[in-house]
Design a protein around this ligand. Structure first.
Ligand code: AQP
Length: 287
């Protein structure tokens, strides 16, 4: 049977990128594969945090996962720091990865640039090896994640292959599973940046628990452009393309089909808000 593993940081409130890019696929996978879903609290130690707050956020994140449809009778939901083998294996893998490959990780470059001038922990550099440990510990075949994790999954594969060739066949080499739509939801106010829990952008980030009127307001104020044409073109029209992606991920239709249906931004924003409110309704009500 295929084994699925994925994790989420309890570093803030769950947003629609987490939901559309990852969690809703976990809810489907749990019925088809042996699935492990982890609140990766140790990953959240890489950036400034308050210990007591992190504990309560871990519990809130577990609650959110159940609200989003993960069923503890069907899959395994757990907190990373409760299983000591994650950090034990991370050390072996840290000694299998090179500093050069860790320094090439875009997320390390972005996050260390964001905190430049402040304390940058060594863990921020090495955490992809902890993520590799999280994955390979369970003989994982498939890792459903958003686009931002593609590079870390590639690293996990490289490290597993290197470990196997140095010490003998030990780990299953995992495959990333990145969805066709919703894999990279962008900030509504800065549509060239990905929506993120740890970035302070209240108007650009839509939370799973946002009430419908708040979602409508955030979507109506989403940054677009001035040429007025509805077309999916991430480079030239990041704001409009983001709206189309969110609408596509919420309805199951393709971005191209949807783009052909609109000539103005107003109705696109309105329909995207309505589709999103419906897609999030079950999670919001269950939470
Ligand atoms: N914007 C996004 N679009 C699609 N998928 C996303 N994911 C995260 N952001 C998006 C996916 O959600 C899962 C959990 O990832 P995370 O806990 O790293 O989420 P985050 O919101 O990115 O959290 P942080 O704390 O703000 O981390 P950084 O600063 O690293 O972005 C993953 O499968 C992820 O791909």
């Amino acid at each position: 049977m295929t084994v699925v593993f994925s994790g989420i940081q309890p570093s803030g409130e769950t947003h629609i990128g987490n939901y559309l890019g990852a969690i809703r696929h976990w809810a489907v996978d749990q019925h088809e594969h042996t699935s492990y879903y982890c609140v990766v609290d140790l990953h959240s130690l890489t950036t400034p945090h308050d210990p007591a707050e992190l504990r309560s956020k871990s519990l809130a994140m577990a609650t959110m996962l159940v609200a989003c449809g993960l069923d503890p009778d069907v899959c395994t939901i757990f907190v990373q720091s409760h299983v000591a083998e994650h950090t034990r294996l991370a050390w072996l893998l840290e000694c299998t990865a090179s500093i050069g490959e860790l320094q090439r990780m875009t997320q390390f470059k972005d996050k260390s640039a964001r905190t430049s001038g402040e304390f940058i922990s060594a863990g921020l550099l090495t955490y992809p090896t902890l993520m590799t440990a999280d994955i390979v510990l369970y003989d994982t075949d498939r890792v459903p994640v958003g686009e931002d994790q593609r590079q870390h999954i590639e690293l996990a594969r490289d490290v597993a292959i290197r470990f196997n060739s140095r010490y003998g066949e030990t780990f299953v080499v995992p495959q990333g599973a990145i969805p066709k739509t919703g894999a990279r939801v962008m900030d509504l106010q800065e549509p060239t940046n990905k929506m993120s829990k740890s970035v302070d952008s209240p108007q650009g980030t839509v939370m799973v628990l946002d009430p419908p009127d708040v979602i409508e307001r955030k979507l109506s104020r989403a940054v677009t452009d001035s040429d007025g044409e509805v077309r999916f073109d991430v480079a030239a029209k990041p704001g409009v393309s983001n709206l189309l992606s969110i609408l596509a991920a919420s309805t199951g239709e393709s971005v191209e089909a949807l783009a052909g249906r609109y000539t103005q931004y107003g109705p696109l924003k309105k329909d995207t808000a309505a589709a999103l409110i419906e897609a999030l309704r079950p999670a919001r009500e269950r939470y």
